[in-house]
Structures are given as C-alpha cells and as structure tokens.
Design a protein around this ligand. Sequence first.
Ligand SMILES: Cc1cc2nc3c(=O)[nH]c(=O)nc-3n(C[C@H](O)[C@H](O)[C@H](O)COP(=O)(O)O)c2cc1C
Length: 351
Amino acid sequence: MSAVPESEPGSEPEIVRRKGHHIELALDPGSQIAAPGQAFADYRLEHRALPECSLEAVDTRCTLLGKKLSAPVLIGSMTGGLAQGARINRHLAEAAQQLGLGMGLGSQRVIFEVPEAQQTFEVRSFAPDILLLANLGAVQLNLGFSEWHCREVVARVGADGLYLHLNALQEAIQPGGDTDFSALSEQIARCCAALSFPVLVKECGNGIGPHTARLLQQAGVAGIELSGHGGTSWAWIEAQRNPDPRMQRLGQTFAHWGWPTPISLQTCRAALPQMPLIASGGIRNGLDAAKALAMGADAVSLAQPLLKAALDSAAAVVAELEIFLLELRIAMFAAGAPDLASLRQRAVSRI
Ligand SMILES: Cc1cc2nc3c(=O)[nH]c(=O)nc-3n(C[C@H](O)[C@H](O)[C@H](O)COP(=O)(O)O)c2cc1C
C-alpha cells in the first residue's frame, strides 16, 4: 500500500479530495453532535452490588455473521481512496486483527473512478482472520451500479460481506450530492436475492427507525447498522465544505435531525426481534457499548473516536480499543453479567 503516491495538494480527483476533507473535518470537535459519552447519558444500566461473578471470568466472545469475535465490537466504516486513507485502513485492520474485532471499510465507489485507489482498501493481508465488510453507497444502485459492482468490491478485498450505506441527508447537503432514493428498497432487495454473501445496510449518523427497518427486513438484508444521531454529524461536515454561506445554514438547521441512537435501537429491536442489529453513532466508551448491548444490540461499532489514533499507528488504535474493551468488561461485571446473554437480561432505565 505504500506504493500509493501522495499527490500534489489540489491535483486529486474530486472524489479523492472529498475524502481528505472528510477526515480533516471529522477530526474537528464541531463534527461531534454531542459531548463524548452524551448519546447514552440519559440511560443507566442496572448496578448489582453483588455481581455474583468474577471480573476475570467476564466473557465477551460472540459470533457475528458466522465469524468469531473476541467482543461484539466493530471498527466503523471510514475511508480509503487516498494515501492517508490507506494508512488509516492498515492501522485499523492491524488493530482489529490483534484484538479479534470486526471492521468495515469506507465507501469503495472511488475504485471505479480512480483504479489506483483499489490498493488503499486492501487490508486482508494485515488482518487475515477478521470479520471484514466492504462498503458502497446504496443510492448508487439507482445510478447504474448493479450486483456486479457489489460482487467486485467484496471480492477485491476478500471481505465477508457488504455494507450498503444510506446517507440521504448528507447527499442533500453535499454540493452535487446523489439524491434520487426512489424505490431504493427494491434495488436493495434485488441485490440481497442475487448475492451469495451477507448484505447489511447502515446509516451514517441519522439512524434507522422501525418503518425503514421493516422495509429492510422485507428486502432480505442480513443485518442493520443503525448509526444514529449522537456521534459524527454529516450535516455539519458537508455544510462546512460548502462554500456558499447560505448553504452552510443547512448544517445548523439539520444538526439535530434523525433518530438518536438509543431510540433507533429500542424501536428497531421491538419491530424486528430477530434481526442482527449493530448499534453505532455516538458509541464513545465501553459503558455506552454495554448499555446498547443490554438494550438489544448484537454488536456495536465506533468510527470517529478511532480516527486520530489511526492516523498515528496500529498501536495507538489498539490502546484506544483496549480501554474501551476494559470499560465493557467492567460494566458487565458491575451489572452482574458474566457473559453477553446475561447482559441482555439486565435492565436499562431512562433517568
Ligand atoms: C472520517 C469518516 C468517514 C466516513 N466514511 C464513511 C463511508 O465511506 N461509508 C460509510 O458507510 N460510513 C462512513 N462514515 C460513517 C461511520 O461509519 C459511522 O456510521 C458514523 O460516523 C457514526 O459513527 P461515530 O459516531 O462513531 O463516528 C464515516 C465516518 C467518518 C468519521
């Protein structure tokens, strides 16, 4: 991957330049819609003064989409396409491999416009065993993409499945965004029926409610990542990128649009008791993760909190995630939940 050239600033294709802006803006604290730890701050996990288990024995292992994980934690889809993205993906993948976690790649659409971008997503050699999910924007299925493109992005990186992402609000605010989401659930259904690997759908920070969750179930998706409101705000990021000050207002107007992650999770779980659900959007520590798992998530995913560390090294990402995993274990211990099945029995109450 080191062969990806660092291009002269300003000389990259627009799609690559945009990814650079996204990284820069996502590192700005303004992109975070709530203070760290606020998304789940209104909820409290049952404390058991007599946990009746030992911290050392707390077992977070699970199986997701047929792959074993040391804990139900995925590194969220972020980037690729530019040299900086290649470094980030490599560091994230190495950390996932070391810790036995899953990982989503950022949108791979760029490889069909800029073929050299392909290598920035090739992380399998650094993470031979992890649950790895490829990524494409679902709206592209209304713009000429087909099952062939889905197969390509999965095969070219040796992924275990595919995320199709939904980002209607982001596309509406992004200059020249792709906003034809007409009958998209039918296109998603066609892909689910035709493809032999699991197809999951994710949002990008505005969450999924029960109506959409039911449409996705009918479409045949293998799982849903909620990516609710409470973490990274794409309305804010895209408004910052827009040179027109009138359009920048959109970022403020829509800053609080969407399903807060805990509400998205609780309503989708009630609507779809069996669907694999990944909670994301504002998951900032292992206690948020424990609350989400107790509310019915099968796994959690976090993106932005790992970005700064991923620019540095795999060791920095591992350090971030180790504390996250310790927080999860301590929360399970203090809730008297020696394993994930017990955690799902614990009460989470609204303060
Ligand atoms: C820098 C950055 C780039 C992202 N790029 C993508 C992407 O290409 N595809 C995608 O599905 N989600 C993308 N996301 C969204 C995340 O996967 C996630 O859904 C969202 O950021 C909410 O999680 P968080 O609050 O933990 O950041 C990106 C997030 C960040 C921070």
